[in-house]
Design a protein around this ligand. Structure first.
Ligand SMILES: Nc1ncnc2c1ncn2[C@@H]1O[C@H](COP(=O)(O)OP(=O)(O)O)[C@@H](O)[C@H]1O
Ligand SMILES: [Mg+2]
Length: 262
């Protein structure tokens, strides 16, 4: 029964090589002037990022002096115990959160100086995000949820429909396309969340425990998808507790109590 959800390896033809835009949103090679060349051509560069919440008379720090360079085509794994700040860091990188101090540059964009609206727009342009809690839109069907990132990008209706049909097919979800998230299992919702994050071929894929609710063969297929996307040029930052998943990436960053350790 679940075979429709079995993601055969090799089902991901869309990930590589069938267009000139693989792995690239717009401007993937923007060689623009880097305001501070902190590392050789980092795709993104974070300096001294801190985030805290008010607590009692003081503040509880969730991210402490985070500095990180990620090159184009890198594949970074963030690991660490629950509460370490992994999801918080991913939200900063994905430009979903603007309430922090420090510096963040993405290509030629100075994220820490952007207005809220421009930061969100930049995120929509560059980022595909797999949320830990999926965040599918309850009153949209699977197909409509998949179309969302395309609608942000002014993709023509015909092309949008074709991309949605293609993705439904490749994820084995054609039979589910008119269902609503509540009609899916947790694992199925997670697959939709992954599909939605990659359908627009973002230059930067951020994934928060993207296989946490999948059975192991589906989890392997998702990691194979990430491997192919990365080989085609997509920059990836994933959060995982899985050593197996971490091995698919190129390097691991450990977070503890908001600090990068090692
Ligand atoms: N809105 C909030 N108010 C106060 N504390 C928060 C809030 N959101 C997250 N935190 C705290 O930030 C810390 C890091 O959370 P999170 O980034 O979700 O950790 P992880 O993803 O590594 O499990 C946790 O201690 C959490 O309780
Ligand atoms: Mg988390």
């Amino acid at each position: 029964m679940n075979r429709a959800w079995g993601l055969g390896v090799g089902a991901w033809g869309f990930a590589v090589g069938d267009s000139g835009t693989a792995g690239g949103g717009p401007l993937p090679n923007a060689a623009g002037p880097s305001p501070q060349p902190l590392a050789p051509n980092p795709f993104l560069s974070v300096r001294n990022v801190e985030k805290s919440f008010p607590e009692g008379n003081g503040r509880q720090f969730v991210l402490r002096r985070i500095s990180l360079d990620v090159a184009k085509g890198d594949f970074v794994t963030i690991m660490g115990p629950s509460g370490a700040g992994k999801s918080t860091l991913l939200a900063v990188l994905g430009m979903l959160d603007g309430d922090w101090t420090g510096e963040y540059r993405l290509l030629e964009h100075v994220v820490h100086k952007l207005k809220h609206k421009d930061r969100i727009a930049l995120g929509k342009q560059y980022v595909g995000f797999v949320f830990q809690q999926y965040h599918l839109i309850d009153d949209l069907t699977v197909a409509e949820n998949l179309a969302m990132p395309l609608s942000y990008r002014d993709v023509k209706a015909d092309d949008r429909e074709a991309a949605v049909a293609d993705t439904l097919d490749r994820f084995g979800m054609v039979a589910k396309k008119n269902l609503y998230p509540r009609q899916l299992s947790g694992g199925q919702q997670q697959l939709v969340a992954v599909a939605r994050a990659v359908i627009h071929r973002p230059a930067l894929l951020l994934a928060d425990e993207p296989t946490g609710n999948l059975h192991s063969s589906q989890g392997k297929d998702i990691m194979e998808l990430f491997r192919e996307l990365n080989a085609a040029g997509t920059t990836i930052v994933q959060v995982t507790h899985s050593e197996e998943n971490a091995k698919v990436g190129k390097r691991v960053i450990q977070l503890r109590d908001g600090w990068i350790v090692d």
